[in-house]
Design a protein around this ligand. Structure first.
Ligand code: GDP
Ligand code: MG
Length: 286
């Protein structure tokens, strides 16, 4: 087998996790992101009610096609925290899950059948921040810090339809400042080369300014200006998930499945997995 087919094969698996407080729209968003109904096996009649509360870590795999390229995408949905009376170490089960995937990979890598390892490592974690707070809450800080050495964290501002554009802008700035202030290491978009064209640089800058991506999720299709779109219907109008004037959904999706997928995988392998591996080897030789 040639080298290229091997890397092509390796290139098309991607695992995305969602985490954060319960009720912020995590399950709805991953459903909207990949336009397939991830939760269709649940036998509920009303589509609006189809997404029920996530009570344990669940994994769904979907095959999607992006510009003619086939991708096998795995979504890891996690139960939101905040429901329990005691939220101490609510991040523990999520951190353990990530570690278990590393452990499995590490074991497979040292085994006999190294060529056909199934890579279940988590390449990216969308962390949902409430639109109702004044920036980050202590739990958000604790959660992200517990995970930031293990996984690429991409923060998102949930339910952006509950905020005005001005509020979104202010909240984003505040959250970016707090991320910096608390020393949270979120996923860093790679800097573009100096010889890159202006268009590209501008896009790159816009992407950095989007953090945390303002998102809106919906599992219903509504009619807007004669077109059927994924959106939310309110007495005063329609919020369209895929309208760039309404939220950063399209930007986030493109970042994940087109422009930065490979980098997210590279950072997972070169930084997060290497850290895990080094710790393992250290503890074995101690
Ligand atoms: P999860 O607990 O984070 O997985 O949240 P769910 O996806 O189960 O959604 C919780 C509730 O919020 C449901 O009633 C959704 O219809 C609603 N919801 C989901 N996304 C959005 C959004 O972007 N905006 C608004 N306003 N509501 C949303
Ligand atoms: Mg859920």
């Amino acid at each position: 087998r040639t080298r290229s087919t091997w890397s092509v094969k390796k290139g098309f698996d991607f695992t995305l996790m969602v985490a954060g407080e319960s009720g912020l729209g995590k399950s709805t968003l991953v459903n909207s992101l990949f336009l397939t109904d991830l939760y269709k096996d649940r036998k509920l009649l009303n589509a609006e009610e189809r997404i029920t509360q996530t009570v344990e870590i669940t994994k769904h795999t979907v095959d999607i096609e992006e510009k003619g390229v086939k991708l096998k995408l795995t979504i890891v949905d996690t139960p939101g925290f905040g429901d329990a009376v005691n939220n101490t170490e609510c991040w523990k089960s999520v951190a353990d899950y990530i570690d278990q995937q590393f452990e499995q990979y590490f074991r497979d890598e040292s085994g006999l059948n190294r060529k056909n390892i199934q890579d279940n490592r988590v390449h990216c974690c969308l962390y949902f921040i409430s639109p109702f707070g004044h920036g980050l809450r202590p739990l958000d800080v604790e959660f992200m810090k517990a995970l930031h050495e293990k996984v690429n964290i991409v923060p998102v501002l949930a339910k952006a339809d509950t905020l005005t554009p001005g509020e979104v802008k202010k909240k984003k700035i505040k959250i970016r400042e707090e991320i910096e202030q608390y020393g949270i290491k979120i996923y860093q978009f790679p800097d573009c080369d100096s010889d890159e064209d202006e268009d590209f640089k501008q896009q790159d800058h816009a992407l950095k300014e989007s953090i945390p991506f303002a998102v809106i999720g919906s599992n219903t299709v509504v009619e807007a200006k004669g077109k059927r779109v994924r959106g939310r219907l309110y007495p005063w109008g329609i919020v369209e998930v895929e309208n760039p004037a309404h939220c950063d959904f399209v930007k986030l999706r493109n970042m994940l499945v087109r422009t930065h997928m490979q980098d997210l995988k590279d950072v997972t392998r070169e930084t997060h997995y290497e850290n895990y591996r080094a710790q393992c080897i250290q503890s074995m030789t101690r």
